[in-house]
Design a binder for this molecule. Structure first.
Ligand code: ARG
Ligand code: ZN
Length: 884
């Protein structure tokens, strides 16, 4: 059933108080709920319809009177009671089986502990309730369980009581003084230990910080704890937001559908996003922990104190919070590197979503299953939209807008329009056209043309926009696009001055202009331009668009050498490489080993030996565009040609710059060996360049390079270097090292057997290998003793690794990859619909492939659709993607 934003209507009832009691047993859990309900008198009288799913109703009472079966109706998804007074007490008892709940939504068991995941609509799997975010209530929760098995009993807010019961049971009661929607409810019961610390807020309040883990992970939460403190301080400094309860808790669980969840005062985390140790976590893993800890913490204001009116507003909290965590991570490390990583991900993944059958606006207008809309569009593109608001009004006005938003809406459930209105009111700017970023799907194409007039010393820049059709609309209104521009002369950026009265602003140093494109085409004229410039466009990636400008290689070369904006500099190197790869792709039709443009090699040599550049930037600039990004530039993705052409260029770079890479490797290796592993920004940057050099060295296939790699694998004291070496070996096409690969994999497994998170990476490195035969490997990994089909991290590592990060093998012409994925989806659909629906994504992109593959992919989709009793999650994605 499709739900529409336009059908939104305020709730008929409010729940002022929610009192819950959980009796946890091995076979069943009893949930007693007592709700203080008041009718919404602004609306006509209506029956009370509570949501409830997969729960057994044991009893129900109104104002203390037990109802008989004829007093209410129950179906698969609801409980309805008519003829109620305006205020009353509703009580019910439900029985559920958390230990059998494999969907990991609602109350479930992860290994030995009970835990919950209620966003978006999981609370209804616990008890009958008005499970919608605009119903906000004060919660009191009593948890009762066996004391020996479950010594730790947690819920939101503050502990208000505890005691012993007969039969070895005990109870703890929690109260959360802040009104919240049911999706922010959490409960945990387990045999856990805690690591504690403290934080003093800006107003001098002392907060207890407590991370709960299994005893074996005791030494793995220091990094998350420090990240939490940094995030708390940052939110005070940058947004003026202080924490509000006396305790902040994080619990790490192994089985979790997503990264983490911002439940009020009791965040629940996938272990992969909170635990970190040098021996099991890569640098990227450390950065993910830092980012996710901050993200969930920031939700305390952007999400919890001010929440969403309905799920169409999801980006209100997610887009804003991702923007906040991106800026936090930028401040903790290198802002440019962070920006390049984020944009790179957006362009290869979110753009593909925008071009696919599930494309939707940042504020969707309809859905069948909301879980399908926790997407790159709502999260990452949503963050880009918030970023554009800041670009348009400036940091100072943006802060005023955010203060106004929190002040106006504290304790409320609001809309994206409310957020933008606060920004508009604080800045005095008009955001009506800008709203199209929220309402229209699709990635706009921004075309730019430059024209230098030597006589007038003017440079005219004509900007035009268009946007391809997407499922929700064939035609598009123009977007309000901020285009940050610099003009590069022979010596560097020129001073800018614009002719006439145009919508634009120029920076204090006069080197950057933000041009505002608000119609389908506009020309901006720069004056006093003494020489023909190269325009550097979309600085800092000022808008999530596809830029088309006909740069020559010389012009790109000037941007690479002279631009001070790190993003544009990196992007120019990507565009340069794209041109070179495109040549090779075209030539591959006729010759097996076409030449590679030497000028790229020279450009790379200059970058690699530039000591003034941040090593992490060098590593990024020496990374060729991903196969996904290259494919995105094509109407029909030519999987094999992309793979072979790109590899050819990689090998050419590796061989031509062999000496430079070796020198670079040795120098950094030496520097880093002087100190033990540390995940600080400088060391991370050095390791990224060193391991980029190592990867190129292994590409040469030279025995010395293989030896070097093997030595790093064996001697490394940290997961980053170990995984870099293992990946280079396992992904190498060199048949002669098959035994070495097997030996290293066996050795790694022996070392990591007891470390589930390390084993996940061991699975992923094999599932993502471009070497032929990956499917057989994946099938055998699924039989491995460490594989667990119930655990989403294992599924993502093995099935996700193969289907989403191994194009060349997944898209094998035989269709074996597609058939395999369909089999897995059919199996997983009944077990865990959310994970099934997500893993299905690659099959939905069939339109981007040749006719033969299209047919095979559609056959796979049809087979999934034919499964009786398909979940709404998978049903929605399959049916929408089958539309021709
Ligand atoms: N709000 C969580 C976060 O952004 C994600 C929750 C995902 N839940 C879901 N059902 N997909 O960190
Ligand atoms: Zn979030």
């Amino acid at each position: 059933k499709t739900i529409y934003l336009k059908d939104y209507s305020a709730p008929d009832y409010f729940i002022e108080k929610t009192e819950l009691e959980f009796d946890l047993f091995e076979a069943d859990t009893l949930v007693r709920s007592k709700l203080t309900i008041a009718r919404n008198t602004a609306k006509p009288a209506a029956p009370l319809v509570l949501n409830g799913q997969n729960v057994e109703l044991v009893s129900v009472a109104i104002n203390g009177e037990v109802l008989s079966a004829s007093d209410y109706t129950v179906d698969d998804v609801s409980l309805t009671i008519s003829n109620l007074p305006d205020t009353f007490i509703f009580e019910c008892v439900t029985k559920i089986q958390p230990q059998d709940n494999t969907s990991l939504e609602g109350l479930y068991k992860s290994r030995t502990m009970f835990c919950t995941q209620c966003e978006a609509e999981g609370f209804r799997k616990i008890t009958y309730y008005l499970d919608r975010p605009d119903v906000m209530s004060v919660f009191t929760t009593k948890v009762i369980a066996d004391k020996q098995k479950f010594p730790v009993l947690l819920s939101n807010g503050n502990e208000v009581g505890a005691g012993e019961l007969d039969g070895g049971r005990h109870w703890v009661e929690w109260n959360d003084p802040f009104k919240k929607p049911a999706y922010l409810f959490a409960l945990v019961a387990g045999d856990l230990i805690n690591v504690d610390s403290h934080f003093t807020t800006q107003s001098g309040r002392e907060i207890l910080l407590r991370i709960f883990i299994e005893p074996k992970d005791k030494n793995k939460c220091d990094y998350a704890m420090q990240a939490l403190k940094n995030a708390m301080r940052w939110d005070e400094d940058v947004y003026g937001r202080e924490y509000d309860l006396d305790i902040f808790m994080i619990v790490a669980v192994d089985d979790f559908n997503m990264g983490a969840m911002e439940n009020k005062g009791l965040n629940i985390f996938n272990t992969s996003c909170v635990l970190a140790s040098p021996e099991t976590t890569t640098d990227a893993g450390y950065q993910r922990v830092e980012g996710v800890v901050a993200h969930e913490y920031f939700h305390n204001w952007s999400g919890n104190r001010v929440t969403c009116r309905d799920w169409f507003q999801l980006s209100l909290k997610e887009g804003f919070t991702v923007f906040r965590d991106e800026e936090f991570s930028a401040d903790m490390g290198s802002p440019t590197v962070k920006r390049v990583e984020d944009v790179s991900m957006l362009r290869s993944m979110q753009f593909a979503e925008d071009a696919g059958p599930m494309a939707h606006p940042v504020q969707p207008s309809s859905f069948i299953e909301i879980s399908n809309f926790y997407t790159l569009t709502v999260y990452e593109k949503g963050a880009e939209v918030v970023r554009m608001i800041r670009t348009l009004i400036g940091a100072e006005q943006f802060r005023k807008g955010s203060d106004l938003y929190f002040e106006r809406h504290d304790g409320q459930a609001v809309t994206i329009e409310d957020f933008v209105a606060a920004m508009a009111d604080a800045s005095g700017r008009d955001f009506s056209l800008f709203m199209n970023w929220y309402k229209q799907a699709g990635t706009p194409k921004l075309s730019a043309k430059g024209d230098y007039n030597a006589a007038n010393k003017t440079f005219s820049l004509t900007l035009s926009q268009s946007c391809p059709p997407t499922p929700e609309s064939q035609t598009k209104q123009p977007f309000h696009i901020p285009v940050a521009v610099a003009l590069l002369g022979k010596e560097g950026a020129l001073k800018l001055s614009l002719q006439g009265d145009v919508q634009a602003s120029i920076s204090a140093d006069q080197q950057e202009a933000v041009l505002e494109l608000t119609s389908s085409s506009q020309t901006f004229v720069f004056e006093n331009v003494d020489e023909p410039p190269v325009p550097s466009l979309l600085r800092g990636f000022s808008a999530p668009v596809k830029l088309a400008y006909n740069y020559s290689r010389e012009e790109l070369g000037r941007i690479i050498t002279l631009e001070t904006d790190g993003f544009c500099r990196w992007d120019a190197s990507q565009q340069y490489a794209l041109l070179v790869i495109a040549d090779v792709m075209a030539a591959l039709v006729n010759e097996p080993a076409p030449a590679v443009d030497e000028s790229l090699i020279e450009a790379y040599r200059t970058v690699l030996t530039n000591d003034a550049l941040d090593p992490a930037m060098i590593a990024l600039m020496l990374s060729l565009p991903s196969e996904d990004y290259i494919g995105d530039q094509q109407a029909i993705v030519d999987v094999d040609t992309i793979h072979h052409a790109r590899n050819r260029v990689v090998r050419k770079i590796a061989l031509s710059l062999h000496a430079e890479f070796l020198a670079c490797y040795n120098k950094i290796h030496q520097e880093l060996s002087a100190a033990p592993y540390s995940p600080d920004a400088t060391s991370i940057a050095k390791r990224s360049l060193k391991n980029k050099a190592l990867a190129y060295l292994v590409e040469t296939g030279k025995p010395e390079a293989i030896e070097l790699c093997k030595a790093q694998f064996e001697q490394s004291d940290n997961m980053t270097d170990t995984m870099a070496a293992l990946t280079a070996l396992v992904h190498s096409p060199k048949a002669a090292i098959a035994d070495l690969k097997a030996a290293c994999l066996a050795q790694a497994y022996g070392k990591w057997k007891e470390e589930s998170l390390a084993v996940n990476q061991w699975f992923a490195v094999q599932a993502t290998s471009p070497v032929p035969g990956a499917l057989a490997v994946v099938e055998s990994l699924m039989q491995h003793e460490a594989f667990d089909i119930r655990n989403p991290n294992k599924l993502r590592a093995v099935i996700g690794g193969f289907a989403m990060r191994n194009s060349i093998n997944f898209h094998d012409r035989s269709g074996s990859g597609y058939a395999f994925l369909a089999d897995q989806i059919i199996k997983l659909d009944s077990q865990n619909p959310q994970v099934a629906s997500r893993l299905l994504t690659p099959l939905t992109r069939w339109k981007k492939y040749d006719e033969k593959r299209q047919q095979l992919m559609r056959d796979a989709l049809q087979r999934i659709l034919d499964k009786p009793g398909l979940s709404p999650d998978v049903y929605e994605v399959v049916t929408k993607s089958m539309v021709k």
